[in-house]
Design a protein. Structure first.
Length: 45
């Protein structure tokens, strides 16, 4: 088993890991749909 201090340290590192992963959170289409919609709107003007 681990101590309470060790458990707290693991919780803290888990939060840091979660934040690091969120940095690489991209839409499934990498924003292509939104870019095409903006381009289409610009062309219509």
């Amino acid at each position: 088993m681990i101590t309470e201090d060790e458990a707290n340290l693991l919780r803290e590192w888990a939060l840091h890991a979660r934040e690091a992963v969120k940095v690489d959170d991209f839409p499934a289409d990498f924003g292509i749909l939104e870019a095409l919609q903006k381009r289409g709107a610009a062309i219509e003007r």
